[in-house]
Write a protein that binds this ligand. Structure first.
Ligand code: NAD
Ligand code: TDX
Length: 332
């Protein structure tokens, strides 16, 4: 394996993976990305031109994907519409990219007999009760709640069907909530950090008791590389770093780190159908493939992330007013 095609490689997690591959392997990487509102070319700046190439295009473009897949050894598929709140306002691009786009990639890897790693989310399993002693495992039944998570669940099921029916060489991973540099400011953590930089109070949906299982994006990347190189074909691996926190605790940590009173936030309208809790049991990945996360200290990882947004205002500031106006229109 020398040539890797990374779909969605100009997004938050895909670009982290491209940097990770360049640092830790001698592979060459082609990124295919439609450069939607969520992408940023800057996230790929400074990478060696002889090892990383960006092709601007749509994963649902069958002839483009046929061509790119024919020239690669393996595909790592990150491209998606990724934000739950957007999927509640307009599900259509989620159906198109997450389902039709994945189907288009599957047909190309089937034809050219190429290895595929499909990147997905723990949200396909629905949510857990706060006091449920169980966490999600690879055997948890699918039960997605939102247009986003159901479109990702549909994409996972297509991948599994293409593996079983056509023998396509696939692995899948379902990861918990990522944080770190380059995350779009529509998402929870960067929204609150950039609000505070702007002198605006953090906005907590509902009571803020919903739990997310946080993992640093660097750890997601090392896990995907491990599965790509050593995972058993046909298998699914859950990726998580034992990072359960409720949203109230997370907002209060950000407030403290940024020198504010930890009660200086406001409650806003809750998300429709808001999943209560996600929690990942990543025993299979750890025991079978020997992976472990580097970022064990959430407070230290968050302090780095806060500093990154303070130092990269040129990157996020042009997007901020429009994002906040859209939230305000929803009472959020
Ligand atoms: P993101 O929204 O930051 O980036 C998505 C990227 O995909 C963007 O660069 C966008 O331009 C590109 N893209 C969208 N539609 C495309 C299309 N039709 N053709 C080509 N490119 C297209 O998303 P992210 O947070 O980096 O998530 C990446 C992947 O990881 C997604 O598949 C998501 O479901 C999965 N995931 C995310 C998280 C998380 O916490 N963010 C957790 C688990 C899994
Ligand atoms: O302003 C906010 N206030 C708030 O309380 C925002 C934007 C969110 N929230 C809450 C909703 C969630 O409980 O914070 C939590 C995290 O919200 P998001 O950042 O929107 O993430 P989530 O919906 O949990 O989904 C994320 O993790 C799984 C990613 O966006 C998905 O792509 C991934 O699959």
């Amino acid at each position: 394996m020398q040539k890797i095609l990374v779909t969605g490689g100009a997004g938050f997690i895909g670009s982290n993976f491209v940097h990770h591959l360049v640092r830790s392997t001698d592979y060459t990487v082609t990124v295919v990305d439609k450069l939607t509102y969520a992408a940023s070319r800057e996230s790929l700046a400074g990478l060696p031109e002889d090892r990383v190439q960006l092709v601007v295009g749509d994963i649902a473009d069958a002839s483009l994907m046929d061509d790119l897949v024919s020239k690669t050894d393996a595909v790592v598929h990150y491209a998606a519409e990724s934000h739950n709140d957007n999927s509640l306002n307009d599900p259509s691009p989620f159906i198109q990219t997450n389902i039709i786009g994945t189907y288009t990639i599957l047909e190309a890897v089937r034809k050219h007999e190429k290895r595929l790693h499909h990147v997905s989310t723990d949200e396909v399993y629905g949510d857990l009760e706060l006091d449920d002693p169980e966490r999600f495992t690879e055997n948890t039944p699918y039960n997605p709640s939102s247009p986003y998570s159901s479109s990702k669940a549909a994409s996972d099921l297509l991948v599994r069907a293409w593996a079983r029916s056509f023998g396509v060489q696939v692995t899948l991973s379902n990861c918990s909530n990522n944080y770190g540099p380059w995350q779009h400011i529509e998402k929870f953590i960067p929204r609150q950090i950039t609000n505070l930089i702007d002198g605006v109070k953090p906005k907590l949906y509902g009571a803020g008791l919903n739990v997310r299982d946080w993992i640093h994006a660097d750890d997601h990347s090392s896990a995907v590389q491990t599965i790509l190189e050593n995972g058993r074909i046909g298998e699914t691996y859950l990726i998580g770093a034992d990072g359960e926190k409720n949203n109230l605790e997370t907002v209060q940590l950000i407030l403290r780190l940024m020198g504010h009173d930890e009660n200086d936030f406001e409650h806003v309208t809750d998300r429709a159908g808001h999943d209560m809790r996600y929690a990942i049991d990543s025993t299979k990945l750890r025991e079978e493939l020997g992976w472990k996360p580097e970022f064990q200290d959430f407070e230290a990882g968050m302090a780095n992330t806060v500093q990154w947004y303070q130092e990269h205002q040129d990157w996020w500031r042009p997007k901020k007013a429009e994002i906040e106006a859209a939230y305000a229109a929803q009472g959020q």
